[in-house]
Design a protein. Sequence first.
Length: 336
Amino acid sequence: MRALQFLGDNQAQLIEAERPSPQPGWAVVKVHYSSLCGSDLWLYKGQWHGNTYPVVPGHEWSGEVVEVNGADESWVGRRVVGDLIVECHTCGPCRDGLPVMCENMIEIGFMVDGGCAEYVAVPVANLYPLPDELDLASACQVEPLSVAVHAVDRVNLRPSERVAVLGAGGIGLMLSQAAQAAGARVQVATDPVPERRKVALELGAEAAYAPDEIPVPEGYDEKFDVVLEASGDPTAVAKAIELVRPGGRVGLIGYQVGATHPIATANLPLSYASLIGVMGPGGKYRQAVNLLASGAINVKPILTDIVGLHEYGPALERAVNRTDGTLRVVFDLRAD
């Protein structure tokens, strides 16, 4: 089978690999679509944690089950997406319901080969069936939408609350829509890329600014109830603390491994604000599938570059440099 392989240090190659064989309790999925997010690009650069090189990336995928081993055969032929997190079920975090913090975690697409290939192996327990009305191109965004839904839940977002979203990449745009689906108002979105700000407005943000142009609100009533930081830029974390109202919440969803920035930490207790870390999809796949299938969330404007796997070189360059309006590179595994 054809597969895209990352070697680290901005090196990638297209290889011919053996189709995976499922271990007991696992399935093999024929991949239709697989997209790249910011964490994949850091993996490509060689600046990611918990990875193994060489590795086939891809944790945002959709496809059809073609084989199972020791599991319900009715899965074969079903259209699915799958959770990237394979937890051990026995460590402390797993026992406490925090599989994303599993001490023995395996992450598909980072530690073992993922979905940027014609086939991917996944535990059957990680699979989620898709309704007929949800197309597979949109469905490959279930994983990042799950992250957004998890973030909205973790910051306890309430209807009518005023929200700012910092970073209008794929995750930021899904955060904005997930917040609106929860009944909140996304009053501001920020991003340095003009095309991304334009999409943020199209998807419901009331205003969009470059990060250094956002007006700093003064007073309780002008500041935001919730600020969702999706860019991973540590300077944006400092900005988020400036923007949140007293007693408000800052959700940190994006991050850059090793990046640092000084923060006036006294601002948090002095403003009675909460800083909340969010990691991973948090088991929100079913909710994400339902939101996409119902039309409550529109990911079509995010899927800007749908290409064949053989076009990986130029596609990676556009994604890394954020040129030509690229938001998400999506590999159509049926195209070659």
